[in-house]
Design a protein around this ligand. Structure first.
Ligand code: NAG
Ligand code: NAG
Length: 287
């Protein structure tokens, strides 16, 4: 009796094992079928996680710096090679422009220029606008804009000064000048200024152009020639348009200073001009 019971128990055990094995087999078949159908994918060939994949960087660069509001169609216009100047259309959204103006408006002060001998700020008839500096990385919206500037200029965020917001009323202007420094004092922090990203936060009805009087090439060939003020016609001119950003380089690719980057802000004739420059240095700018 004992023997019979034992073998019956063994048979029971064996059928249990068979049952578990067949379930496992069926699950394996099911899994292989699903894999074959592409329902699952194993992560062996997953491009997204590869650190050297340029498409994954592009996605990151696109996703960061997305910012506030919806930007219009973005395209780049090459304006000139002497100076190196590019116009990024719809670089900022309308909401971002309004946000920057709203932040700066209560704190506007008379703009100054840098004394080229002492390196100190001073009042000048050369520059009659008012303005204020925002702190680098001050809030999420500003960080988004600063990251976008880094993506478009290929200069890291850490090389930038804080954004400045400028306001020009009728008659206000900034005579032609260089953004690079000729004194030692101002290049101590961050080295020389390499490039300027000048963002326009408003349209201007008449006047207020950014003008490069030393630009090489046919300045009257621009499509907007007939809309320019008398001052604007003295060089290669860009008409302010809300959301557009003008990138120009104070240095040539061989790192020498580029005197053709001489530029000014024409007097506003009708309307109001709000702009926002970002100065970018050769090295990290500390503050
Ligand atoms: C400073 O600027 C004045 C005129 O603005 C110019 O005559 C002078 O040469 C400049 N000095 C230096 C060191 O560049
Ligand atoms: C400059 O461009 C304008 C407009 O395209 C043209 O009429 C003019 O002849 C050009 N001038 C020169 C010197 O090429």
């Amino acid at each position: 009796m004992a023997i019979v019971r034992h073998s019956r128990l063994q048979a029971k055990k064996r059928s249990k094992v068979t049952f578990v094995l067949s379930i496992l087999f069926m699950l394996t078949v099911l899994l292989l079928m699903l894999l074959g159908l592409g329902v699952f994918s194993l992560s062996i060939n997953n491009d997204d996680s590869s650190p050297n994949d340029l498409t994954s960087y592009r996605r990151l660069a696109y996703e960061r710096g997305k910012g506030l509001g919806k930007r219009g169609e973005q395209w780049t216009e090459v304006l000139s090679w002497e100076p190196r100047a590019f116009l990024y259309h719809n670089f900022l959204s309308k909401e971002e422009c309004e946000y920057l103006i709203k932040l700066a408006k209560p704190h506007m002060a008379k703009s100054t220029v840098v004394d080229n001998e002492t390196g100190k700020s001073k009042d000048s008839r050369v520059r009659t606008s008012s303005g204020m500096f925002l702190r680098r990385g001050q809030d999420k919206i500003i960080r988004d804009i600063e990251e976008r500037i880094a993506d478009y200029t290929f200069i890291p965020v850490e090389h930038g000064e804080g954004l400045q917001v400028l306001h020009y009323e009728v008659g206000q202007k900034y005579d032609a000048h260089f953004d690079y420094f000729l004194d030692e004092f101002n290049t101590k922090n961050g080295g020389q200024r390499m490039a300027t990203m000048l963002m326009y936060l408003s349209d201007v009805e008449e006047g207020g152009e950014t003008v490069f009087p030393a630009a090489k090439g046919n300045i009257s060939a621009v499509p907007w020639w007939n809309e320019l003020s008398e001052c604007g016609k003295k060089g290669l001119a860009v008409k302010p348009k809300m959301g557009d950003a003008l990138l120009f380089w104070s240095m040539r690719p061989d790192a020498t200073l580029d005197p053709s980057s001489l530029h000014g802000a024409c007097p506003v004739i009708t309307g109001n001009k709000w702009s926002c420059p970002k100065w970018l240095h050769a090295e990290e700018y500390k503050f």
